[in-house]
Design a protein around this ligand. Structure first.
Ligand SMILES: [Zn+2]
Length: 417
């Protein structure tokens, strides 16, 4: 039976150490990692793994950390990987993060000391209702916390330490993968899955205690270019066809009471303009298209195309081009072929004494891309909340349950082999 204990607060100490290292990624950079400073955390993680006795731990030139906890069983067990990302969001500063532990939370407002206007209220963070008596960790008011995804890092590291210290606890080969640049959508660009050599993986990057996510959006990007007709505005009657106005008409004609981010939830998708630019001669809009099933996603692209066709009919000398490109696909398609990946995840959560919550993600994860690269990979809770902002928080007790879940997953794959 599992006897994991968070001795000497080692879990929160690891977490506090990692969040104080600035690892913000940068979408405008073309290098990998996008910011060299992400390697500072990679080096710390490798040093700690080596100290635990995980002897092949290393950081590669692209800022990825790879490590192996060798099997200690005679059985032939699939190789399982646990994965978290090291970078933090470009949306909020990650410089000089000061983690604060609010012990034995009783539902009070949490006022952050470095900016008193940043206050965590239970009314605005409903998940805090389940945290009475727990120890809540926040930043100090001027930065994000970085629990996304350093909670996951700390939990995987804590589980690794447990497995290394308890050789009697049976498991197959366990792989660890820490990635850079997840927040800018490039987390798996340079991941070497051949070198990793895992059969199945779990990202530890989910929110609420007990959640396990096997479904993401399917996602396309679209670029719409309108070629209008420009003339001198003083002599334009009957000639000018403004690309700006045509594009505006298209955007106004798209549905707003459905199929847009501000009017959808749960399993509903959308067509969402993210940038526009242009002149009378030519105007361009970029869209993101989202849906949970691929046919619906295709239908969203067709609706966009039909809308443009319909509008541009009134402008005989104008043309348009619509380019749709694939971004990522719903990982459920892949995961449905390997039901044991979710089954064992659910069982691991139950064994930690928690009710599992099966959920879908209105977004993508490293796991959705890994799944289609041949490494089926659902997402498990790390206990990170209100991420990408100054109100971000996590609780020590949720994080302990995530550690137990990781250890349980390792054991269950061995038992069932
Ligand atoms: Zn994350």
């Amino acid at each position: 039976m599992l006897n994991y204990q968070n001795k000497n607060n080692s879990l929160q100490n690891r977490f506090a150490k990692y969040v104080q290292i600035d690892t913000q990624s940068d979408p405008s950079s073309e290098t990998t990692p996008s910011t060299e400073k992400q390697k500072n955390l990679g080096k710390v993680l490798v040093a700690e793994l080596l100290e635990m006795g995980v002897s092949d731990a290393h950081l590669d030139e692209f800022g990825y950390v790879y490590a192996t906890i060798p099997s200690n069983t005679e059985k032939n067990v699939p190789v399982i990987c646990f994965c978290s990302h090291m970078d933090t969001s470009p949306d909020c500063s990650g410089t000089n993060v000061k983690p604060i532990i609010h012990a034995n939370y009783q539902g009070e407002d949490l006022v952050l000391p470095d900016d008193n206007s940043i206050v965590l209220k239970m009314s605005e963070h409903p998940d805090l209702k389940d945290q009475i008596g727990n120890d809540i960790i926040t930043a100090s008011g001027t930065t994000l916390l970085g629990a996304d995804n350093k909670a996951g890092l700390a939990e995987i590291m804590e589980a690794a330490a447990f497995l290394m210290q308890n050789p009697g606890f049976k498991h197959g080969t366990i792989k660890i993968l820490f990635t850079p640049d997840e927040e800018i959508g490039r987390g798996v660009d340079k991941a070497d899955l051949k070198k990793l050599g895992a059969d199945f993986a779990y990202t530890i990057d989910g929110e609420t205690l007990g959640s396990i996510e096997d479904e993401t959006f399917s996602a396309d990007g679209a670029v719409l270019t309108i070629n209008g007709v420009s003339t001198h505005p003083g002599f334009a009657k009957g000639k000018m066809e403004s690309a700006i106005k045509i594009l505006s008409d298209v955007i106004s004609a798209l549905p707003s009471d459905c199929l847009s981010p501000e009017s959808t939830e749960l399993k509903e998708g959308f067509i969402h303009p993210v940038t526009i630019s242009g002149s009378v001669e030519q105007a361009q809009a970029r869209f993101i298209l989202r849906a949970f099933d691929d046919e619906q996603l295709e239908a969203n692209g067709e609706l966009l195309d039909a809308t443009v066709r319909n509008i541009i009919e009134d402008f005989p000398n104008s043309t348009y081009e619509l380019k749709i490109t694939e971004q990522y696909r719903n990982m459920k398609k892949v995961l449905d072929e390997y039901p044991q990946v979710i089954e064992y995840g659910v069982e691991a959560i139950k064994r930690a004494g928690i009710t599992p919550k099966r959920q879908s993600i209105r977004g993508g994860t490293d796991g959705s891309r890994l799944s289609f690269m041949g490494l089926p990979c659902p997402n498990i809770f790390a206990g990170e909340h209100a991420f990408h902002g100054k109100q971000e928080w996590a609780s020590v007790q949720d994080m302990e349950k995530a550690v137990e879940t990781i250890i349980n997953i390792s054991a269950i794959w061995e038992e069932k082999a």
